[in-house]
Write a protein that binds this ligand. Structure first.
Ligand code: HEM
Length: 530
């Protein structure tokens, strides 16, 4: 039997072991203290004059996925109009106030208009192309200039008749497929096809009767996959660098997406090229322009594919999601519909529906569209900007290579600009006569309608065509139909799908024709009249 007192006296070997354990614990704690902890806790960076970075949450994040906009909003309430946040090693500065957004992104646009080379979106998928993926440089200027040649109000005049026709077809399909409004419908596919056809026209001079067309359905699939893979805060692989060296499923999906984009958009470009080579009459479109200027502008095949891709990626989900949100929102606001219908009956009558020229005669309808854009902005934050120089703003240091976020969701909750901001109230825009692009140029950012199309030099180049499409679609839907929810099928407005662009969860509505003029107007044109 051992004597416990003896066993308590340490032997020399026990002392060594004990010291080793103590040393090991010390090293372990030091490791945690100096290496591990800083990986999780924010750094306090100051410039040479002691200006600190803006305040912000203590912890570093590897990703923020579910309802990131609510988290950004809560932090804005805590830290104020400008705060900072670490995602892995990357510093983000978040802009939550109209004046701050204008000062940084517009007034100092020469510093804050680049893009971070996000691993998945930029290095793997876009490889610095497609305008949105380009750094702030001459390539971006050139690609944006070429794209703009199809997107100015003057350029749109050339294909405005197609947008008009497609809006007609969308409303007609909804009317016929629901058997004159007697069957419920999920409008997602209809809004999607309308916008897709518009973008196919602008980009490739073509349209489709069916999204079962193999090339078109692949183009749509690629757009979905892009939206799924490229949220600004959602991918751990973007912020934890060592993961980028591993063959993760995200990296594989990103590469497959890139290859698919080159293959699908390349095939569509080749179709246009063949038609041009055969002296067929190809309507003015992006691909025609690209093929004509290719040599002069020094465009590679990949540049051309990515430029086409971005019209589909940037122009389809965004615009269709606003139409989709509008139809989800209006059933719970019969009073808004009643006012819109009164305005339509008074101004347009019941023999003819609105065209692009009627927009300024129907201020309440315009106000509904602006309010949907505010409340259901597709991009809850705009595509992140990136700084190319050190900068000090209101005493805060914003180092070079900071990601700068226009916090659209939070900006749209600003109670001073939008009293009772959570309420859906088109009345707040009733006197607003400006388009979104005119509004973005206002000297006073508190007068601006909303921030859904971004800010500064990267402001959405597709804004005019998007607003034109939205006007035709929404004004005609309201001229034709009363939009009602289905009993016992509540429509969820607080949740959404999508990482980089939000659209509603699947729902169904009833579209009840408002008067006899609807059928007549719908039948007034046949399929071939483009
Ligand atoms: C309602 C529809 C749309 C919304 C809400 C929307 C929104 C946006 C936003 C927030 C940005 C980022 C702006 C920034 O970085 O500050 C953007 C950029 C862009 N959008 Fe749109 N967009 C829409 C429609 C379109 C359409 C129809 C097209 C193409 C015809 C388009 C093409 C682009 C492109 C190419 C960029 C990148 C611009 C750049 O980086 O310089 N968008 N859009």
């Amino acid at each position: 039997m051992f004597d416990s007192t003896v066993s308590a006296i340490p032997l020399p070997s026990t002392i060594v072991l004990h010291n080793f354990k103590a040393l090991a614990s010390f090293v372990f704690l030091a490791l945690i203290g100096y290496i591990i902890v800083p990986l999780f806790i924010r750094k306090n960076i100051v410039d040479a004059n002691g200006h600190p970075i803006p305040p912000g949450p203590l912890l570093r994040y590897a990703f923020i996925r579910n309802h990131f906009e609510l988290k950004l909003y809560a932090w804005a309430k805590k830290y104020g109009p400008i705060y900072s946040l670490f995602m892995g090693n990357q510093l983000f500065v978040i802009l939550n106030d109209p004046h701050v957004a204008k000062d940084i992104l517009v007034t100092n646009g020469s510093i804050f208009s680049s893009r971070k080379n996000y691993f998945l979106k930029h290095q793997i998928i876009l490889k610095g192309g497609g305008i949105t993926g380009a750094q702030y440089n001459d390539t971006w200027r050139k690609h944006r200039r070429i794209a703009m040649s199809l997107l100015t109000p003057k350029a749109i005049e050339k294909y405005a008749h197609v947008l008009d026709y497609e809006a007609h077809i969308m409303v007609r399909s909804l009317f016929r497929d629901t058997q004159q409004g007697s069957m419920p419908v999920n409008p997602h596919h209809y809004a999607g096809r309308f916008v897709l056809n518009n973008m196919l026209t602008v980009s490739f001079g073509m349209r489709t009767d069916s999204s079962d067309d193999p090339l078109v359905s692949r183009a749509l699939y690629l757009a979905d996959e892009f939206m799924e893979l490229t949220g600004p805060f959602s991918n751990i692989i973007d912020f934890i660098e060592p993961l980028q060296w591993l063959p993760t499923s995200q990296r594989t999906r990103g590469r497959k997406l890139r290859d698919g984009m080159i293959e699908v958009y390349g095939a569509m470009i080749n179709q246009v090229k063949e038609r041009m080579d055969n002296d067929e009459n190809v309507p003015d479109c992006l691909v025609k322009t690209l093929l004509e200027v290719r040599e002069k502008e020094g465009l590679s095949w990949e540049d051309m594919c990515m430029l086409c891709a971005v019209f589909i990626l940037g122009g389809v989900h965004t615009t269709s999601s606003i139409i989709h949100w509008c139809l989800a929102r209006l059933p719970s606001h019969p009073e808004v519909q009643a006012k819109a219908h009164e305005e339509l009956d008074r101004v347009m009558g019941r023999d003819t529906w609105p065209t692009a020229e009627d927009e300024h005669k129907l201020p309440y309808l315009r106000a509904i569209i602006k309010e949907v854009e505010r409340v259901h902005t597709p991009f809850l934050v705009a595509t992140p900007h990136y700084s190319i120089e050190d900068f000090v703003y209101n005493g805060y240091f914003i180092p070079k290579d900071t990601v700068v976020i226009l916090n659209t969701y939070t900006l749209h909750q600003n109670e001073e600009r939008y009293p009772d901001a959570t309420k859906f109230s088109p009345e707040r825009y009733i006197d607003d006569k400006l388009s979104a692009s005119e509004s973005a140029k206002l000297a006073d950012p508190m007068q601006r309608d909303h921030w859904s199309f971004g800010a500064g030099r990267r402001f959405c180049p597709g804004v005019v065509v998007a607003e034109h499409e939205l006007w035709l679609a929404i004004s005609r839907l309201l001229w034709c139909f009363k939009i009602e929810a289905i009993p016992n099928e509540p429509i969820t407005l607080g949740e959404y799908e999508g990482l980089s662009g939000s659209h509603p969860l699947p729902y169904r509505v009833k579209l009840i024709p408002r008067h006899e003029g609807v059928a007549e107007m719908i039948d007034s044109r046949d399929e071939t009249q483009i």
